[in-house]
Ligand binder design. Structure first.
Ligand code: SF4
Length: 269
């Protein structure tokens, strides 16, 4: 946005508007911060929680995990009220997601008061606390704290569906899209979860974003077939591109970061 104003209008400044350089610089700065503010305000805002000291607080071992070896979650982390209020002060959305890091419901017995306080604080600030987790059984106990629970699933779900049936919060199933799996795998997942959830999200695996173009094209084609298949089944399915995570804002303890800092710090894109 700022670039457009600079490249297109700067050279026409004198001719069109007869504005002095100083005033133009001021105007350009104004539009730059306005554009940055607009993009920031509408982007998803999440809290990255990790409840294991000196480690990764999650009992699962997903092969595509972006967090397990991340240097960002090597310490116990949850935000203070001040950092939370600061993080959300310019946010124009209404849902704030409690996410990992580790799993937000890891070691729930010891951290439920922390989670409750965070949930209350988010509500006090005028937002709806939402959760993404893989701890299905614990989610039954914790559901009163959240407006919406998004279950992240894969083939190792066990009896997750039965735990979900006991959840009265709004339920979403998030599936990390793995192009190596056959389409029938996703159809089975859909059949398994559809009766108990509001809708389903197919989320792009971050690792897929950096594949070379040929496989990437095939993956895209396969994904489009999958989405067409779901729509033909009248499924409430949404595709969440990895870019949405890269452009989202995250709060870890006191520090705020953009998704690109977390997921692609060493990638040239
Ligand atoms: S549930 Fe999430 S944090 Fe835990 S291993 Fe799987 S991807 Fe990583």
């Amino acid at each position: 946005m700022a670039g457009i104003y600079k490249d297109i209008l700067d050279e026409d400044r004198q001719a069109l508007f007869n504005i002095s350089s100083d005033k133009w610089r001021h105007l350009n700065d104004y539009f730059t911060s306005f554009a940055d503010g607009m993009s920031r305000r509408n982007m998803n805002h999440s809290l990255i929680l990790n409840f294991k000291k000196d480690g990764h607080g999650c009992s699962k071992a997903c092969e595509y995990c972006n967090w397990r070896n991340s240097s960002f979650t090597k310490e116990l982390c949850h935000p203070s009220y001040t950092s939370l209020a600061n993080f959300l002060k310019d946010f124009w959305g209404y849902r704030v997601t409690f996410s990992g890091g580790g799993d937000p419901l890891y070691d729930y017995e010891n951290f439920k008061l922390t989670l409750k306080n965070l949930s209350d604080e988010v509500k006090t600030l005028g937002f709806l606390p939402c959760l993404i987790t893989r701890e299905y059984e614990t989610a039954v106990d914790a559901q009163g704290l959240f407006h919406q629970i998004s279950f992240s699933v894969d083939s190792k779900n066990g009896d997750a569906r039965y735990a979900m049936e006991e959840i009265y919060a709004r339920k979403i199933v998030t599936i990390v899209y793995d192009p190596a799996r056959p389409l029938t795998f996703y159809k089975d997942l859909y059949d398994y979860f559809a009766p108990s959830v509001s809708h389903m999200i197919i989320r792009q695996d971050m690792n897929e974003l950096w594949m070379c173009s040929d496989p990437a094209l095939q993956i895209k084609l396969k994904r489009n077939i999958l989405l067409a298949m779901f729509r033909a089944m009248n499924a409430r399915v949404q595709f969440l591109p990895g870019e949405a995570c890269l452009d989202a804002y995250y709060l870890m303890g006191k520090e705020e970061r953009l998704g690109r800092d977390l997921f692609a710090p060493d990638r040239v894109r």
